[in-house]
Design a protein around this ligand. Structure first.
Ligand SMILES: NC(=O)c1ccc[n+]([C@@H]2O[C@H](COP(=O)([O-])OP(=O)(O)OC[C@H]3O[C@@H](n4cnc5c(N)ncnc54)[C@H](O)[C@@H]3O)[C@@H](O)[C@H]2O)c1
Length: 253
């Protein structure tokens, strides 16, 4: 098992990519602390992990709350004695150009997507420094590199996550902490389904998105989880400050 005895925190663990990654980490031997504001979603992930004989805890709250981040990290370190992996998958999009996005939605997207990356790293890094080891996995998007239409707050937030990932990688490289981003393509999750549903006529938008991938299909959450497992494990021991697209060839096409 590739994460035997390790301790991981996965934000956004109640759905989609976070859930699939948490489940894979647990199958590979990690204890996983699941974080999400969706309690029912967390309970489903917990049940899946227990069905696979894994070990996990669940923590309900807003990832943009700094006190919540610190209290979860403190609780997990008190319980497990260490923190090996942090994956920040919680995120959402609101849609809109810079003209049609209202300031409250812009702030909410940045608070969750960027703040929810920064605050959890802020709480996790001191423990990882003490250990001399740790892996932080952020979740950006292929759109942060390629650009995209009608989703300006989200895409800008994902660009910020890429820059934050690189600066954290440089700041903590000599502490033994690796920081890498995953840039998923369109992955079949509730977030993707909600983003299509925002359109008056979603079918052509969905098909154009599917066909924009060189592989002409959407990704599955577990395909992103496999990349997260690589970055979480010692298999990626000389990899830091990188971005790993898991995008069915979107960026290449
Ligand atoms: N699905 C895609 O096509 C796709 C593509 C590129 C990047 N991503 C990114 O992957 C990550 C996971 O997305 P997903 O597709 O699994 O979405 P999802 O909606 O299935 O899961 C996201 C989870 O984050 C939680 N969450 C959102 N805001 C939160 C907050 N403030 N506090 C606590 N929990 C919060 C939600 O409750 C949900 O359970 C996101 O960062 C998303 O931007 C997704």
């Amino acid at each position: 098992m590739r994460l035997e005895g390790r301790t991981a925190i996965v934000t956004g663990g109640g759905s989609g990519i976070g859930r699939a990654s948490a489940l894979l980490f647990a199958k590979e031997g990690a204890f996983v602390a699941l974080v999400d504001r969706d309690e029912a979603g967390l309970q489903e992930t917990m049940a899946e992990i227990r069905d696979a004989n894994g070990d996990a805890s669940m923590h309900v709250g807003d990832v943009a709350d700094s006190n919540f981040a610190q209290s979860v990290v403190d609780e997990i370190v008190a319980r497990r004695g260490r923190l090996d992996v942090l994956m920040t998958s919680a995120g959402f999009s609101c849609g809109g150009t810079v003209v049609t996005t209202n300031p409250a939605d812009w702030d909410a997207v940045f608070r969750t997507n960027v703040g929810g990356t920064w605050l959890w790293a802020r709480s996790a890094v001191p423990q990882m420094q003490q250990q001399g080891k740790g892996s932080i996995i952020t979740v950006a998007s292929q759109l942060a590199i390629a650009g995209g239409k009608g989703n300006s707050a989200y895409i800008a937030s994902k660009g910020a996550i890429l820059s934050l990932t690189r600066t954290m990688a440089v700041d903590f490289a000599t502490d033994g902490i690796r920081v890498n981003a995953i840039a998923p393509g369109a992955i079949d999750t509730p977030l993707l389904r909600r983003s299509f549903a925002r359109h008056a006529d979603p079918d052509p938008i969905r098909e154009a998105s599917r066909n924009r991938h060189a592989m002409k299909r959407f990704g599955e959450a577990v395909e992103v989880a496999e990349a997260a497992l690589y970055l979480a494990s010692d298999a990626s021991s000389f990899t830091t400050g990188t971005v790993l697209p898991v995008d069915g060839g979107w960026l290449a096409a």
